[in-house]
Design a protein around this ligand. Structure first.
Ligand code: 9D3
Length: 424
């Protein structure tokens, strides 16, 4: 039995979500209980005020401490050893492991804030602060409902025996495989043959494979923490931390002037195939020129969705890594969105210079550090100075034993990827 006590200015918001389906049944079965406490009842002044202007001035209002503390003390006195949680954008972000831990508790008190925040002194009366993610809500109520829902389904008996399955699929940390039900054919789309085969081993293998691919593509951050077999690690985890960007602006021409270069078909194809070969999951093509973006999209679309996808499956697999971006910052943001942290930038340059990082040192970092890196390749005569200045590392140049040093960006990409990600 897990008892929730919710303190809120809007207890009425909870009635509908808590009185349907699983949460309703869980309460009926006595597996969870939810008590709603109206914060307004603890505002003891004549006008029952719960908010006030912020000291120091700013927009919006702040929740006064007195009613909140009165409510917390009231519910603490009625319970045994509750854990008092404030729902707050500043809290630890709720995850499945965090939900599992909290579901072990017997009594949870959930404090829902409103307005622009609560008086800081209330924090010393609470045990924990939880957020449900990096976006802004209007108050803690919806977050409290999310928390209740996530915890309730972990209480034995709430889901019946499907429970174990639910935990299992999250426990290995992968995204779920696609599901189908009848009919076998819907508007020309057939249920994959393997699911009709009755061969359970084949079904398991197929589902696992799709989960792994989907996770690599959409949530590489999960993949790094997922439980994989050694063989799966080899195939899916290697290289998940290196990303590649081919920059068409700002780069320099042979006179050192900053220019925008044109996209070339062959660069996109060859570098995408190299990226896929070395286990990368994204290849960003950066150009501010919309017409060139459209051209590149046409190429990618032909091979991904059009005739080319049927003509050449492996080409399709490589080009699925390609993403088009207006600016390098957009590519950086996309890596950050995927991984949860900003990538470190590795610039490349054909010119030697002070403070260049060697391939050996960088390779070592890539193996050791659980952190994304974005490798920047310049077209034309190379990346412009502002980008070199922005980079965390500048890779040493590739040099042959000659006085000629004019590799194409495609060749350089392949050599760099092999030196950083290739098997010995
Ligand atoms: C000016 C800064 N704002 C913080 C992002 C002020 C602010 C906005 C909205 C403070 C609180 C709120 C209300 N949000 C919650 O109470 C809340 C919340 C959320 O907004 N996002 C994710 N999880 C949560 S848990 C509680």
């Amino acid at each position: 039995m897990l008892s929730f006590t919710v303190v809120s200015l809007f207890p009425g918001m909870f009635s509908s979500p808590l009185n349907h389906s699983i949460l309703k049944k869980a309460q009926e079965k006595g597996l969870i209980s939810i008590d709603l406490v109206d914060l307004r009842d603890f505002a003891k002044d004549r006008h029952r005020v719960t908010d006030d202007y912020p000291y120091g001035g700013s927009h919006g209002m702040v929740m006064k401490p007195e009613p909140l503390i009165a409510a917390i003390e009231h519910v603490r006195a009625k319970l045994h050893h509750p854990r008092v949680i404030l729902l707050s954008p500043r809290g630890r972000v709720l995850t499945q492991p965090e939900a599992s831990r909290l579901a072990q508790e017997k009594e949870l008190v959930l404090i829902c804030g409103r307005y622009e925040g609560i008086d800081e002194r209330v924090k010393s009366f609470i045990d924990d602060e939880i957020s449900i993610g990096d976006y802004t809500l209007s108050g803690g109520e919806v977050a409290a409902m999310v928390l209740i829902d996530a915890l309730a389904r972990l209480i034995p008996g709430v889901l019946g025996n499907v429970q174990s399955l639910d935990e299992e699929s999250f426990a290995d940390g992968l995204l779920e495989y696609p599901q189908y039900t009848r009919p076998e054919e819907f508007r020309g789309m057939r249920v994959p043959e393997v699911l009709l085969s009755g061969d359970h081993q084949r079904v398991r293998t197929w589902r696992r494979e799709i989960s792994l691919k989907l996770t690599r593509e959409r949530r590489p951050d999960l993949l790094r923490r997922a439980r994989l077999t050694p063989e799966e690690k080899q195939r899916f985890r290697a290289g998940a931390d290196l990303y590649l960007a081919l920059v068409h602006y700002p780069v320099v021409d042979k006179n050192g002037h900053v220019v925008t270069t044109a996209i070339t078909n062959m660069d996109i194809h060859d570098i995408a195939r190299a990226a896929r070969t070395y286990g990368l999951t994204r290849f960003y093509v950066v150009t501010p020129v919309k017409a060139l973006q459209r051209l590149a999209l046409k190429i990618v679309h032909h091979w991904e969705k059009g005739y080319g996808s049927r003509y050449n499956e492996t080409r399709k697999e490589a080009l699925s890594l390609v993403r088009l971006n207006d600016t390098l910052d957009d590519a950086i943001l996309d890596v950050e969105r995927l991984c949860g942290v900003k990538p470190r930038l590795i610039a490349t340059s054909a010119r030697p210079g002070a403070g260049r990082t060697s391939f050996a040192v960088l390779k070592d970092m890539l193996i050791r550090e659980v952190h994304p890196y974005l490798l920047l390749l310049g077209t034309g005569w190379g990346l412009a100075d502002p980008i070199l200045a922005q980079a965390d590392y500048i890779l040493e140049p590739i040099e042959g034993d000659s006085d000629y040093n004019h590799l194409s960006v495609r060749s350089a990409a392949a050599i760099i990827l092999d030196r950083l990600m290739g098997k010995e």
